[in-house]
Write a protein that binds this ligand. Structure first.
Ligand SMILES: C[S@@+](CC[C@H](N)C(=O)[O-])C[C@H]1O[C@@H](n2cnc3c(N)ncnc32)[C@H](O)[C@@H]1O
Length: 204
């Protein structure tokens, strides 16, 4: 059992059952797409919502506990998702497969992040979208001030505009904003948080 399994066993839908607010704001760009991939989808709130929009959704997470919860959430909502336990460190990336990739709070050491983002780009079809929200380094101040706000323990795995532009040099950044948002996501993310939000299109 990994540390995420332990965390998810303790928490009843730790980040809630409703989708991330930034993701929801991107609904008009997702509607009508055929499929989507949601890496590190946790207990499935984002992938299940995308399935409700009509997309064929594949999700992965390193925690089997979370994957089981995601499948149960999909069943409860009456949709199907293709949810698997997998590790972003070792997963194989298909070519030109996904209409969209939704990356919400996926924080990794810099080398792994660059490797994973190369995989995103390979597996996104031309014309496809990456929708991403992640913490900025400034979040470390909010994190130390308030215990329940969540986020990685060090700024190293957080994101900046420069990092995103460097990881996706050919991307068309249709939306890129730094935000200080008031998160209300289950018990895991409560309070003011420094984030970066992006919608990046792979050119045709
Ligand atoms: C902060 S949670 C966010 C979960 C989900 N994206 C959400 O917004 O509700 C981070 C997730 O990353 C997953 N994770 C961490 N390392 C991973 C890895 N190497 N491969 C796949 N998933 C991983 C964890 O199990 C956890 O579910």
């Amino acid at each position: 059992m990994n540390r995420w399994d332990k965390k998810y066993k303790e928490l009843d839908f730790g980040y809630g059952e409703v989708p991330n607010v930034f993701l929801r704001s991107q609904e008009s760009f997702l509607t009508g797409l055929e499929n989507g991939f949601v890496p590190a989808d946790g207990q499935g709130r984002n992938g299940v919502w995308m399935a409700e929009l009509g997309l064929a959704v594949r999700t992965i997470d390193i925690s089997q506990v979370a994957v089981d919860d995601a499948l149960a959430l999909a069943e409860k909502r009456g949709v199907l998702i293709d949810a698997w336990r997998d590790d972003l460190k070792t997963m194989q990336w298909p070519t030109d497969q996904w209409d969209c990739i939704v990356s919400i709070w996926v924080h990794m050491p810099p080398e792994l992040r660059a490797q994973v983002h190369t995989g995103f780009w390979k597996s996104l079809r031309p014309g496809g979208l990456i929708i991403l929200e992640a913490y900025r380094p400034e979040h470390i101040h909010f994190r130390s001030d308030f215990g329940t706000v969540g986020g990685p323990p060090s700024a190293e795995g957080m994101y900046t505009e420069e990092i995103l532009r460097s990881d996706f040099p050919d991307g068309d950044f249709e939306f890129l904003e730094e935000q200080d948002v008031l998160l209300d996501e289950g018990t895991g993310h409560q309070g003011r948080s420094a984030t970066i939000q992006a919608r990046i299109r792979k050119p045709l």
